[in-house]
Design a binder for this molecule. Structure first.
Ligand code: XIL
Length: 460
């Protein structure tokens, strides 16, 4: 259930401090049930979303950098360290040190990781740049398999293929050594990634795909529709959203996001930066994502302006000295004020319920859980969606009884107790707070056969 059928509880946060309390070294904070978040990650989590940033591994020794990273974000993308030239510098010799450092930094602090990227025409190692034909196809698929296997269970999503479409009016594929191995190279990469890490969401990622009327946007849309119709394993589409004077934010961006979502994929804003960092434009981007139920996260491409690949455009949320810019305040406010999703689900209910639901009782919160299963011979992935009732919740426990022979091997975005029989699952640090009527998603992989799973949910 993605749409909210009753009005979200009004939210308020009251912070009271008194001179006496401060003098005694304590601050008295009274918080209404659904407190507005005070960081990007917490506020996004209240809306069932994440807020992420690109991280450069060599900056993890900069404490000004990590202070902001650790405080504000709950999703991390390696800016360069998982690219093909970084992970397979010599053919068949894999190098994961820099990427592992970022993954460990993130996961040990409760942040999730988006993998970026398994196959791309750019930032290829030299040996691959000079390859072609079937040798290149095999080398690319081996790379996808090896890298996705290494990070299996550690990344929640992969940009499997990056930037495969051409700019301009053709709406077709970009010419590249990978494209010249055959038009099916993209789906071959997705199938290899699914086989190597069945638990990760598999995304196609690109830039200049924000304007719904652009040929490139339509070209990607048609590919995703084709993939869905033929069962090619694709779960999500990433919109880099590098907005600048040449490719500005446009008001039909929300239409683009919701149109892709209606194909049955999640959508994510994966590399957001905006030349000049207009607070209004940042606010619009956040509002557009929140308006689309399947837009489940936003990642900015760097922390401070000085960290940006386009530093001279000052496109990010923090000044080079680490202070918050007006765009930061706009993003935080938009996350906290966010409206509930307005796009219709692909299967909209025909009649609104005439009576308010009796469980959970209005005002008393609670949660519901639904599960969808992707079964293959000998194993399955279960994707579980936890939806808060009429009040925000600050934690959840889901119980799922597994049939005999089914054993959990891997899980993401939830803590588990038990791998067989009755299994209990609780939120991790960043997805326990779920706003009224909002949803958060987690999952697990298991050996065996799922049968019909009937999850139950209880809230804190
Ligand atoms: C950029 C990095 O930010 C730079 O440090 C690097 O020199 C080049 O790549 N689209 C993508 C990202 O998918 O990987 C790119 O990142 C920016 C454009």
């Amino acid at each position: 259930m993605r749409n909210t059928r009753w009005k979200a509880a009004s939210r308020a946060a009251i912070a009271l401090t008194s001179a006496g309390a401060l003098a005694a070294g304590m601050a008295l904070i009274l918080t209404a049930p659904a407190a507005a978040g005070t960081t990007l990650g917490a506020s996004a989590a209240e809306k069932g979303r994440y807020f992420g940033t690109a991280v450069a591994g060599f900056k993890l020794s900069d404490s000004a950098y990590t202070t902001i990273l650790n405080r504000e974000f709950n999703m991390v993308t390696a800016e360069n360290e998982m690219k093909m030239n970084a992970t397979e510098p010599q053919q068949g010799q894999f190098s994961y040190g820099a990427a592992d450092q970022i993954v460990n930094h993130a996961r040990s602090r409760g942040m999730s990781v988006r993998g970026h990227t398994l196959a791309w025409h750019s930032q290829q190692p030299g040996w691959m740049e000079s390859m072609s034909g079937s040798a290149l196809r095999s080398a690319m698929l081996n790379h996808v398999t090896q890298v996705a296997t290494h990070f299996r269970g550690q990344v929640v999503a992969w940009d499997v293929v990056n930037e495969a479409f051409a700019d301009g009016s053709s709406g077709g594929r970009r010419d590249s050594n990978l494209q010249r191995t055959g038009n099916d190279w993209i789906e071959a990469a997705f199938r290899a990634a699914r086989a190597a890490d069945p638990g990760a969401k598999l995304c196609y990622n690109d830039y200049n795909t924000d304007n719904w009327t652009h040929a490139k946007t339509q070209g990607v849309y048609n590919m995703v529709r084709d993939f869905k119709s033929r069962g090619v394993p694709i779960d999500c589409v990433g919109f880099q959203s590098h907005f600048n004077n040449d490719s500005p934010y446009v008001s039909n961006y929300r239409t683009t996001l919701s149109s892709f979502a209606a194909l049955g994929v999640d959508v994510q804003i994966t590399e957001l930066d905006i030349q000049g960092a207009s607070a209004n434009t940042y606010r619009s981007v956040v509002e557009d994502c929140l308006a689309v139920a399947r837009c489940n996260g936003i990642t900015v491409w760097g922390i401070r302006d000085s960290d940006s690949w386009r530093a001279s455009q000052t496109p990010l949320l923090f000044n080079s000295n680490g202070s918050k810019k007006p765009a930061y305040d706009a993003v935080l406010a938009a996350l906290n004020n966010g409206t509930t999703p307005t796009d219709p689900p692909t299967d909209p209910p025909t009649d609104p319920p005439t009576d308010p639901p009796t469980t959970p009782p209005p005002g008393q919160g609670g949660c519901t859980a639904t599960v969808s299963v992707n079964q293959w011979t000998g194993g399955f992935v279960a994707t579980v969606r936890v939806t808060a009732g009429s009040s925000a919740i600050s934690g959840w426990t889901v119980t799922i009884g597994l049939p005999s022979g089914a054993t959990v091997t891997n899980a993401w975005n939830a803590n588990r107790s038990g791998n067989t029989g009755t299994t209990n699952w609780t939120n991790v640090a960043y997805n326990g707070q779920v706003g009224a009527g909002q949803t958060t998603e987690w999952g697990f992989q298991a050996n065996g056969t799922a049968g019909t799973l009937s999850p139950t949910c209880s809230a804190r």
